[in-house]
Design a protein around this ligand. Structure first.
Ligand code: FAD
Length: 318
């Protein structure tokens, strides 16, 4: 079923969903199942599975020279989605990115997903590779998420890249896109960022999942700003508890987000990481309850493999 149908059918009752990462190459699907076995207790209607583009690494050769090599550390998104749907009977939402894909490869990936019975995708651009410094699309790949949305929408109406295909069967993907309550870091200002977000919705995206945030006011203002410019699709808040002191530095650096002063103060005062984890859980539970009361359609948790923390949170929220 589609994410938007789950939301409609819930009629305002609380829903939770989780995002998981594929294991590092060489890792086991068993660990994903161990995590999901516990999260299924909260009846998530869908599970998001992230996509990870190849990264460049430099390997030292016996000659002393370094060789630039491309590796994908976390492959397997499509396989994990199929495994989740098969084992748990819940929907999986693969993240599909522009980076690293030509349009043809995107089309073929969507055909695979369609044949597997996947009916939801989160269409995103992907970040720049570390050594590139800025996002560089493939030759004949998409520059922005909106172009990916348009391709998926086209396939939904039976349009394929090969124009010789007539009467091609349409796919039926429900399309999610990313939104940023604190603005995407590359956008010159929030208004322009929202304008591009609206363009993704106008191009056919069905719902928005937000970047993680810790100040509900930011989300509520973002929802209002979206409504004010005519965005009327569900806006799913993305949540992640802070669990370690060092995340005060790493999370803003990686995700370009801010922590509220009160939270930072509390974490600074914490004696150790177990105390930070408790603070993070309390904060996330309070955030979740407030968002539920404010009518958030789904609470979407970025698990990053930390299942115990999310079991603690979800059991206090659901
Ligand atoms: P876009 O919507 O394309 O926007 C990118 C930037 O370009 C923004 O600043 C926007 O304002 C601007 N822009 C948009 N359209 C135009 C235009 N026509 N002209 C000029 N500027 C424009 N990354 C991964 O690699 N894998 C994942 O699985 C993954 N999952 C994510 C899930 C969520 C919920 C979120 C919020 C992010 C996720 N990301 C993931 C990170 C995401 O790929 C990055 O944030 C990326 O930098 C932007 O993606 P986007 O889809 O928002 O891009």
């Amino acid at each position: 079923m589609k994410v938007t149908e789950y939301i409609k059918n819930a009629e305002g009752n609380p829903l939770v969903s989780f995002e998981i990462l594929p294991p590092l190459k060489g890792g086991s699907m068993k660990n994903i199942f161990k995590v999901l076995d516990r999260l299924m207790e909260f009846n998530p209607p869908f599970i998001d599975v992230t996509y990870h583009r190849e990264e460049y690494i430099y390997k030292k050769r016996s000659s002393g020279y370094y060789e630039k090599t491309a590796i994908r550390k976390r492959p397997g998104t499509v396989g994990i989605c199929a495994a989740i749907m098969n084992k748990y009977g819940v929907d999986a939402v693969p993240h599909l990115i522009c980076g690293g894909f030509t349009k043809e490869e995107t089309e073929n990936a969507l055909i695979d997903l369609n044949f597997l019975g996947v009916t939801n995708v989160l269409a995103i651009r992907g970040d720049a590779r570390k050594f590139d410094g800025r996002f560089i699309p493939e030759k004949d790949g998409h520059h922005y998420a909106i172009d990916l949305v348009k391709q998926i929408k086209g396939m939904n109406s039976g349009t394929y890249l090969d124009t010789n295909i007539v009467n091609g069967l349409g796919t039926d993907f429900c399309i999610g896109v990313a939104g940023y309550p604190e603005k995407h870091f590359e956008a010159p200002n929030p208004k322009i960022d929202l304008k591009y977000l609206k363009a993704k919705i106008d191009a056919g995206a069905d719902y928005i999942v937000t970047q993680m945030f810790w100040d509900n006011k930011r989300y509520l203002q973002f929802v209002k700003d979206c409504h004010d410019i005519g965005i009327n699709v569900p806006i799913i808040p993305g949540l992640k508890p802070i669990t370690k002191k060092r995340q005060l530095g790493s999370i803003p650096r990686i995700f370009h987000v801010n922590f509220p002063e009160d939270l930072v103060d509390a974490v600074h005062k914490a004696k150790n990481d177990e105390a930070v984890r408790q603070i993070g859980i309390e904060w996330c539970v309070a955030q979740s309850k407030e968002l539920q009361a404010a009518g958030a359609p789904v609470l979407h948790y970025y698990t990053m493999g930390d299942v115990d923390t999310f079991v603690d949170i979800a059991s206090q929220v659901m």
